[in-house]
Design a binder for this molecule. Structure first.
Ligand code: NDP
Length: 475
């Protein structure tokens, strides 16, 4: 991969002086420089309401048995005041602060101080030092890919504790869920604020910073592209890939343990949620090197959106199904359970295969076979800030010939499966599929906007060849 990247750079530089002919149709890629009023309004809305939304969902479960509309109805009918709800909410505790501090510190230690050894004995796994994509300023960052190792060590210790050592109860996460929420918020705001200050005063790479001049936009969407402390502590990889995602499976295990404690059994729905989400998380770590080529790392700057989102939104809202099942232990009939399993696995298969096809195609520069044939593609070019011209290819066969983001479609099928595992009694567990549909549709449009300004007329040729975004023939 490293050799390919170097070849790409060299090839790009070779063509540096041949750029004027296509300059008019190419833009520089990256975040918007000018903030329109709609974006600003959306950002202000999110900054104000996203933390409230997380609180509302969790509180609906802890205070109202996951009945999402009940708190609102209580407030609107005057049955309860805000203060009544707030007074019943557990506050920050020293215990939660201690747990959270130890958790994050442990993940930092695993990330920074333990070089990857998994790639030495796991065939097919790509770990250790890897290169990211070329940034808009033409930089290629190096990353220590050791997330799988961190995940394995953490989970081995978790199971060792649960079965042998008994230092703490496996229900510890559930038992401290709201106090831990305050800790996650403190870290989320702290890291976003630090990223903003760092972007102004000591950026890692000044050329990859974007200042729109709008404080809220910069805070939310980030200034620095790849903020780092020292050589290896990369904010984006750490906060995106650790403590939230490693915690995801532990949180689900803690919910399963709570079900066992409360009802002396773990329902098949809880097992399905643990297994399907576990596959998704494990897939993320197995493919962490691939993750370096996704939008989060290749295009997004690091601000509140990623910093707070990874610390709070992800661990709290992506795990709602497990939380719900603690309050409503659903035992599915065999047909329902098998249906959910098939949908989840099929969604995962599409998600992974589509991502794999693009990764293979890009890694081999199109010299590979997709579904037994040489891939079809469109040649395209783009420019970085310093005017260097690069060449790339957009695949138009395999799943990438079905739709421009069929990986999102697979992801959505998997997301729906988690929700369907919870039965049909309440809307709360369906938040995930509603959110993912909005997120991935918006992400699809955002990505296409960026690709259009990056590739110009070449992008138009591509969209003419693959006309649909998510669903062939429909959207
Ligand atoms: P993609 O992996 O689809 O990457 C999009 C990029 O791929 C484009 O910007 C472009 O980059 C390149 N590209 C687009 N079309 C082609 C093509 N035809 N051939 C080759 N390259 C192409 O998107 P994401 O990074 O958003 O998503 C990665 C995965 O992560 C997805 O499966 C998604 O479902 C999942 N995801 C999950 C989330 C969650 O919260 N659970 C959130 C977000 C994503 P370039 O500039 O290099 O050409």
């Amino acid at each position: 991969m490293a050799t390919h990247q170097k070849r790409k750079l060299a090839e790009g530089r070779k063509h540096q002086n041949m750029q004027n002919d296509t300059k008019a149709s190419q833009g520089q890629w990256g975040r918007a420089w000018e903030v329109d009023s709609f974006s600003l309004a959306s950002i202000l809305f999110l900054l104000m309401f996203a933390p409230l939304t997380v609180y509302y969902f969790i509180m609906s479960c802890t205070h109202y048995q996951c009945a999402l509309t009940d708190p609102l109805l209580d407030l609107l009918t005057g049955n309860k005041h805000l203060s009544d709800i707030w007074n019943r909410t557990p506050m920050l505790t020293y215990r939660a602060a201690g747990i959270y501090f130890l958790w994050v510190t442990f993940q930092v230690v695993l990330y920074v101080f333990i070089p990857d050894f998994c790639h030495k004995f796991l065939p097919g796994y790509v770990g250790g030092v890897q290169e990211g994509a070329v940034t808009p300023a033409g930089v290629v960052n190096k990353y220590e890919i050791n997330g799988l190792q961190a995940w394995i060590i953490t989970h081995v210790l978790w199971f060792a504790n649960a079965s042998c050592f008994h230092f703490f109860s496996p229900t510890i996460i559930f038992d401290n869920w709201i106090p831990l929420l305050w800790c996650a918020n403190i870290l989320g705001y702290a890291v976003s604020t630090l990223a903003m200050i760092k972007g102004y005063f000591f950026p890692t790479n000044a050329k990859d910073c974007k200042f729109t001049g709008n404080f809220f936009y910069d805070y939310m969407m980030g200034i620095e592209f790849n903020p780092r402390i020292g050589k290896w502590f990369d904010f984006k990889l750490f906060f995106n890939g650790r403590p939230g995602i490693v915690a995801w499976t532990l949180i689900n295990l803690s919910f399963a343990a709570k079900q066992q404690e409360l009802y002396s059994e773990v329902t098949n729905s809880m097992i399905l949620v643990n297994v399907l989400q576990g596959i998704y998380v494990l897939d993320f770590f197995w493919n962490e090197a691939w993750y370096l080529k996704t939008i989060d790392i290749c295009h997004d700057h690091f601000g509140w959106y990623l910093g707070w989102g990874d610390c709070v939104w992800l661990p709290y809202l992506y795990t709602l199904q497990g939380l719900y099942l603690v309050y409503h232990p659903v035992q599915l009939c065999t047909t329902h359970a098998i249906g959910v399993l098939i949908l989840g696995l099929l969604g995962y298969y599409i998600f992974r295969t589509t991502n794999h096809q693009k990764d293979l195609f890009r890694r081999t520069n199109g010299n590979c076979r997709i579904w037994g044939k040489k891939p079809e593609y469109i040649e395209c070019s783009y420019m970085s800030v310093d005017g260097t011209k690069y060449y790339s290819k957009l695949m138009t066969s395999g799943f990438w010939g079905w739709a421009r983001h069929f990986n999102y479609t697979g992801d959505l099928m998997g997301s729906l499966a988690y929700c369907l595992a919870c039965g049909f009694e309440h809307i709360l567990p369906y938040f995930y599929i509603i959110y993912m549909t909005i997120l991935l549709t918006h992400r699809c449009i955002r990505d296409e906007h960026r690709c259009s300004s990056k590739y110009g007329k070449d992008w138009k040729r591509y969209t003419a060849a693959v006309p649909h975004r998510l669903l062939p023939g429909i959207f």
